[in-house]
Write a protein that binds this ligand. Structure first.
Ligand SMILES: [Zn+2]
Length: 307
């Protein structure tokens, strides 16, 4: 009996080595695994299952912060379960106290155009892809808009035209508005955030956006300053008459204060009285009528950066 078992083991070992050797001749790695597997485990449907899993895993996000399609798709799927809100374009009687409107699948955009849409939501959860840059940037200097320093600053064409109207109207009312910052590329933001982080550490995250998460990459966001605050971009600007003028009139030119005081929990950023984003005059009018802050308005419009 013992001898029989020994003989059986020897035959098994020889068979194993023979199959192993054969498979090495065919394909060095996969076949070895397959050969070993077929000898060790009984044949099951595991191989078919493994193939299926491999195929499915191709759809699993590698890095949700980089691949903007991923959070978008996940949210779109969630949203399909939410009943559509039919009074989206209602009479503007809604107030800031009401719950922000829910995104509806009908209002979601899936095309590359979404990032060029003036209403696209870019915040801590919705980044732009590193490669996104608007195609219609124009130099503010060519529109005779006052800028800080000598380096060229730009915004998208429509925003620049409206900005020119805004600063001219402010000047006519005796208020100086100088642009301290406008369009910033992904790489610019990366450099800026790196510098802030080296000075402020983790605190940098509270006032500056991570690369991809900055509205400045859209080419529609602008930071203002003036002589009264020594041409600095900081909180004292919020107490100037120029800032008051902006809060009364900026929306007439399509610009909205992005990070208002007391809304840090909603926007994810501290009060930034200098930072305005252009959304277009019609959108700005609807936002004001609804009594919303920018974050609520953009969320309710449901245009996510899927480009
Ligand atoms: Zn800014």
């Amino acid at each position: 009996m013992r001898r029989h078992n020994e003989a059986h083991s020897i035959v098994s070992a020889i068979t194993f080595l023979f199959v192993l050797g054969l498979s090495l001749l065919v394909s060095p790695y996969e076949s070895v695994q397959a050969a070993i597997q077929s000898l060790i485990w009984p044949e099951t449907s595991s191989q078919a299952e493994a193939a299926e899993l491999e195929e499915a895993s191709a759809d699993i996000p590698i890095h949700p912060l980089i691949w903007s399609e991923t959070p978008f798709q996940a949210e779109a799927a969630e949203l399909e379960e939410v009943p559509a809100d039919s009074n989206k374009d209602s009479d503007g009687s809604e107030t800031a106290e009401e719950e922000p409107e829910t995104l509806t699948s009908s209002s979601l955009q899936t095309s590359a155009e979404s990032c060029n849409d003036m209403r696209v939501l870019v915040d801590r959860s919705h980044p732009l892809p590193p490669g996104y840059a608007p195609e219609d940037l124009v130099a503010l200097q060519s529109y005779k808009v006052l800028v800080l320093g000598s380096s060229e600053m730009s915004l998208r064409r429509e925003a620049t035209g409206q900005l020119k109207g805004l600063v001219s109207a402010a000047a006519a009312d005796g208020e100086e508005l100088v642009v301290a910052s406008a369009y910033r590329s992904y790489a610019d933001q990366e450099g800026l955030f790196g510098k802030l982080k080296s000075v402020y550490g983790l605190e940098a995250d509270r006032t500056s956006a991570l690369p991809g998460h900055s509205q400045h990459q859209l080419g529609t966001a602008v930071d203002f300053t003036n002589a009264k605050v020594n041409y600095q971009v900081w909180e004292p600007f919020g107490y100037t008459t120029a800032a008051q003028w902006l809060s009364s009139h900026a929306h007439e030119y399509g610009f909205i204060l992005a990070y208002p005081s007391g809304h840090e929990a909603d926007t994810g950023y501290e009060w930034e009285p200098w930072h305005y984003r252009y959304v277009g005059t019609e959108n700005a009018k609807r936002l004001v009528e609804r009594g919303m802050i920018l974050q609520e308005f953009l969320a309710s419009e449901g245009v996510l950066p899927s480009c």
